[in-house]
Design a protein around this ligand. Structure first.
Ligand code: ADP
Ligand code: NA
Length: 354
């Protein structure tokens, strides 16, 4: 609606792959394009979250710029959306501190993300002495910063993947704790928007998700890959020895992954109506003489169309005006985000007595 505020964040992991794109970023672009005049959208590159794990300074700086340029390249528009680095807007950490004074340790202790980074089971009871010694405070309190990110912009709608639902629930908990403690209504309850998009799997090991953390570059498609690169990676994708196209995700994960990518690209095959066909419908459109090579060629073509113009725009953003252009965009985003956060912080300080 007119006064809705959308907030979403992504880690500065460098150039996004098509899993990031279909799973998150394309949704941002669609929300932006569908937003009515007056709606506000904030897309934040969360570099403070990134440093909960060790980073190399030089590489982090580079990955931040790559992510920023990628968001521009997929069509986020700095006139309509506020795109910014978290660490440029100090109010995020200021609110984090204030929220952490009313947030419960017990609740954080039950959250699963820090446990998975510590290689504990999700249902591990939590902080015994040994775990507490190894656990960094920032990783433990990460959800409080995430809550501050959202609440400082008074976000009403937060698109998240399944894995982040728990954190959104914690943000809502932070709102009730704060508003109750200070007898105010100044923080706004955010609403979750969950989007169901399939996991895109590794092109090499279709039982694992496509991920930046794999050292094998050809296991993924980056959104800045050009057609020849896309083609060679798709042609090299691991499939199986049955040279026909069927939809059988259980037994044929490699083939299913290609069909998923085709479906995400809006490929409709021979189905009438165009666009939006399911994987099964797409598979059914292939005849008994069509081979996996045909499927791969179609997948590479569909990706080329989906990502048309992205590599060029990406390089243009990074190199325009000798690097000054991206700097201007970053400053512009930071200014807008700062103005938005400032309003909330005035109300928060007023409520607390600061
Ligand atoms: P990575 O595993 O490459 O480091 P992240 O964990 O940083 O990716 O995820 C960033 C966003 O992209 C999240 O919203 C996540 O759900 C989405 N995402 C990441 N990998 C995939 C994938 N293989 N398929 C679908 N969505 C994905
Ligand atoms: Na990850």
């Amino acid at each position: 609606t007119n006064d809705s505020v959308v907030f979403s964040g992504i880690q500065p992991t460098g150039v996004p792959h098509i899993g990031n794109y279909f799973g998150a970023l394309r949704q941002w672009k669609r929300m932006q394009d569908a937003a009515p005049a007056g709606a506000k959208l904030f897309f934040c590159i969360v570099d403070w979250h990134a440093i909960t794990m060790p980073q190399d300074a030089h590489i982090l700086r580079q990955k931040k710029a790559e992510m920023f340029a990628a968001l521009m390249a997929i069509g986020l528009d700095p006139k309509r959306s506020t795109i910014f680095y978290q660490s440029e807007v100090r109010a995020h950490t200021e609110l984090m501190w204030i929220l952490s004074c009313t947030a419960s340790m017990g609740y954080l202790n039950r959250m699963t993300q820090w446990k998975s980074k510590m290689h504990l089971d999700d249902d591990a009871k939590g902080l015994d002495h040994d775990v507490a010694q190894r656990l960094k405070l920032g990783l433990f309190s990460y959800p409080v910063l995430q809550a501050a990110d959202i609440l400082v912009h008074r976000a009403t709608h937060v698109p998240v993947g399944e894995d982040q639902k728990q954190h959104l629930e914690f943000s809502r908990e932070c709102v009730s704790n704060f508003n109750h403690t200070y007898n105010t209504k100044c923080l706004v309850f955010p609403q979750t928007i969950t989007t169901s998009s399939p996991r895109i799997m590794s092109l090499r090991h279709p039982n694992r998700k496509m991920s930046k953390s794999s050292p094998v570059e050809s296991s993924r498609i980056d959104i800045t890959n050009r057609h020849r690169e896309i083609q060679s990676r798709i042609m090299g994708a691991a499939t199986d020895s049955m040279n026909r196209v069927t939809w059988d995700p259980e037994n044929r994960p490699g083939v299913a992954n290609l069909l998923s990518i085709l479906a995400q690209c809006g490929y409709s095959g021979s189905a009438a109506g165009g666009g939006g066909a399911s994987e099964a419908e797409i598979a059914a459109g292939f005849g008994p003489n069509d081979t996996l090579k045909d499927l791969k060629m179609m997948t590479a073509d569909a990706l080329r169309l989906e990502l048309e113009g992205v590599p060029d725009r990406y390089h243009e953003v990074l190199t325009s005006k000798g690097g000054k252009y991206i700097q201007e965009l970053q400053d512009h985003g930071a200014d807008r985000a700062h103005a938005s956060a400032k309003e909330t912080m005035r109300m928060v300080r007023d409520a607390v007595g600061l």
